[in-house]
Design a protein around this ligand. Sequence first.
Ligand code: GUN
Length: 295
Amino acid sequence: MPHILDGKKIAQNLKDQLKIEIENIKIKSKRVPGLAVIQIGNIAASSVYVKAKTKAAKEVGIDVIDHHLAESTNQNDLINLINQLNNNDDVNGILVQLPLPKTINEDLVLNSILPEKDADGFHPLNVGKLSISQKNDENLMIPCTPYGCLLLLRELNINLAGKNAVVIGRSNIVGKPMAQLLLKESCTVTTVHSKTQNIESICRNADILVAAIGKPEFVNRDWVKEGAIIIDVGINRIKVNDAKSKLVGDVMFDEVKDKCHAITPVPGGVGPMTIACLLRNTTIAFKKIKNLNRI
Ligand code: GUN
């Protein structure tokens, strides 16, 4: 039987720890971390994520400041808002939900967030720090989804050093930072993508396979090595019939699961970990700004 990595449960443990930590901080400093969440427009998936992030943040005692802006918001207005939040001492973390409308330059927006308030770890300074640091330092602002994947892998209590890890996908949000994290765990890391030749045979050599391509059930049984660990980052809604739809990952869970040592389900695998790691980054940012690490 494979280990089904229960992201919901592991994320809940993390949130419980954060809640206690925030309660203690509140007693000592009379302050709680603040997270500003910015959504532009009404992409359905973004609304679902933002709602889940907001709810989870409130549950652990983080103050949430919601900014839901119209699709027509222009870039300067968005950057002005970010500047205000940068200068607001009650805000420790800023998150701009992606993707942004096509009229807005994503790089400019992400660069305008103060690196120390960059709850997503997407600012170039944090990307650079992640790349050059020797260890997966607990105090780095690390992109939430890949860090959540690493925490799931750590739950298995196996030595990751020397393992062949294959990351499918090269996005800034998941694929690239995931490869960095696995490299620092001393895995031998290969990133494959839409232009890779023989992608299937490279994946079949993976002890750890991270699928982050956003294509429903793309990875089938033939792609998977016997005894592999599969982390499925995909969250894809597919139609079952005219009236019904369901969420599936990037991996054919049912046909792959018997072949592997461990696998994450969709939903209930990586998704909840992303949210828990966002709360973690916000708390780290708060402690750094308030110099509370020694409390
Ligand atoms: N869109 C998809 N994933 C993410 C994420 O982790 N953070 C933000 N800000 N937007 C996203």
